[in-house]
Design a protein around this ligand. Structure first.
Ligand code: AKB
Length: 320
C-alpha cells in the first residue's frame, strides 16, 4: 500500500476510518479530503480541500501525490436526498464519476460504500441475497444502484479494481450521522444518555439491519485488502451485524438506563423509506469470499455506546 486518498473524510464514516487507516499504514500514507477549508477542521495528518463535483479540485489533489487507492465516501444519504433529489444526483453521481475516472487514469484501486438503500420494490424482505431485485424508491438508492453498476462496468471494461459493500445503518458516537433514515438509532442512544427521553421518527416495529462502527471499519479494511481473485460478487456485498426495531433498541437501552423513556412521532417520509428496505439482509457472500465477520451484537453495541457517550459527557467542558 503506498498512498490512500479518502473523500468525505469529515463525515460519520470518514472521521473514524481515517484514524484507523493512519494507525495501520502510517499517518503520511493517508490523505484526508473534504469540502471544508483546513482552518475549519482539526488536522492530524495530510488534509486537502476536495469538492468531489469539481474536476479542478480532483486534478490538484491528484497532482500533488501518487495514490494507489481511493476510498470515496462523499455522498448525500437517504432522507436528506429526498429533500434535494437533483443535488443528490449531482453530488453522488458526479463525485463517483470523477473518482472512477481518477482510478482509471492513475491505475488506482477504488472502494466506495453502497447501502441497503439499493433495495426496494420487489426485493425479498428477509435474508435478502446479494444478487436480487434492486428497484429503490429514493434518489440516494438510485445513485447507489448506479454506482454499483458503474463499478462493475469499470471493472469489466477498463480493468479497474472496484470494490463495494452495502452498509446497513451504522451506529457510532464520535461524529453523528446526518441525513439518513437509520439515524434514529444513533439519536436514541445519544438522547437516552443526554436527556433520558427520545421521540423516534420511525414506528415501533420497523426492523432494519445495523452495524457498529468498529465492525464497519474492519469490514472496509478486510474488503480493501482481500485478494482480488477471491471477489466474485464484488459490487456489492451485503454486510450486517444485527437487526432490531426501535422497541427492541429502547428495551436494550433501558437495561442500562432504567429511567429511559421513549415514544413515537412518525415522520411519513422516513417511515416510507425504512419500509422500502429489507428487514434482514444475508451477508453470506461477504463471509465466503473475504471472511467478513463482526464482534458487536445489539447488547455489546449498546453497552459500549453508553459507556463512550457517558465518558465524553463527563469530559465535555462545562457551560459558562
Ligand atoms: C441512510 O439511512 O440513509 C444510511 C444508509 C442505510 O445508507 N444510513
Amino acid at each position: 500500500m503506498t498512498k490512500i486518498l479518502v473523500t468525505g473524510s469529515l463525515g460519520q464514516i470518514g472521521s473514524e476510518l481515517v484514524p484507523a487507516l493512519r494507525a495501520r499504514y502510517g499517518v503520511e500514507k493517508v490523505v484526508a479530503t473534504d469540502i471544508r477549508p483546513p482552518e475549519e477542521v482539526t488536522i492530524d495528518g495530510p488534509y486537502a480541500v476536495l469538492n468531489v463535483t469539481e474536476a479542478n479540485d480532483w486534478e490538484e489533489v491528484l497532482a500533488k501525490d501518487q495514490f494507489d487507492t481511493i476510498i470515496h465516501l462523499a455522498a448525500i444519504l437517504s432522507a436528506r436526498g429526498e429533500m434535494k433529489p437533483l443535488q443528490t444526483w449531482d453530488i453522488n453521481m458526479t463525485g463517483t464519476m470523477h473518482a472512477l475516472e481518477a482510478a482509471r487514469a492513475y491505475g488506482m484501486k477504488i472502494f466506495a460504500p453502497s447501502s441497503i438503500a439499493v433495495f426496494g420494490m420487489g426485493t425479498p424482505k428477509t435474508m435478502t441475497p446479494s444478487y436480487t431485485v434492486m428497484r429503490p424508491q429514493t434518489m440516494y438508492g438510485v445513485t447507489k444502484v448506479a454506482m454499483e453498476l458503474l463499478f462493475d462496468y469499470y471493472y469489466h471494461k477498463f480493468g479497474v479494481d472496484t470494490r463495494s459493500l452495502r452498509f446497513p445503518g451504522i451506529i457510532s458516537y464520535r461524529t453523528p450521522p446526518g441525513g439518513g433514515t437509520t439515524d434514529y438509532a444513533v439519536e436514541m442512544i445519544r438522547e437516552a444518555v443526554k436527556r433520558g427521553h427520545y421521540t423516534s421518527f420511525v414506528g415501533p416495529e420497523t426492523q432494519l439491519d445495523f452495524m457498529y462502527m468498529p465492525d464497519a471499519i474492519s469490514a472496509m479494511i478486510a474488503l480493501i485488502e482481500a485478494e482480488s481473485d477471491r471477489l466474485k460478487h464484488r459490487n456489492a456485498y451485503n454486510v450486517t451485524a444485527m437487526r432490531f426495531t426501535p422497541e427492541m433498541l429502547g428495551r436494550e437501552i433501558k437495561r442500562h438506563l432504567p429511567d429511559f423513556t421513549w415514544d413515537y412521532a412518525v415522520d411519513p417520509l422516513r417511515q416510507r423509506i425504512a419500509d422500502s428496505w429489507p428487514d434482514a439482509v444475508d451477508p453470506a457472500d461477504a463471509v465466503a469470499e473475504w471472511g467478513f465477520k463482526t464482534s458487536y451484537d445489539l447488547s455489546r453495541m449498546v453497552e459500549d455506546m453508553i459507556r463512550a457517550l457517558k465518558t465524553s459527557q463527563e469530559h465535555a467542558p462545562a457551560h459558562m
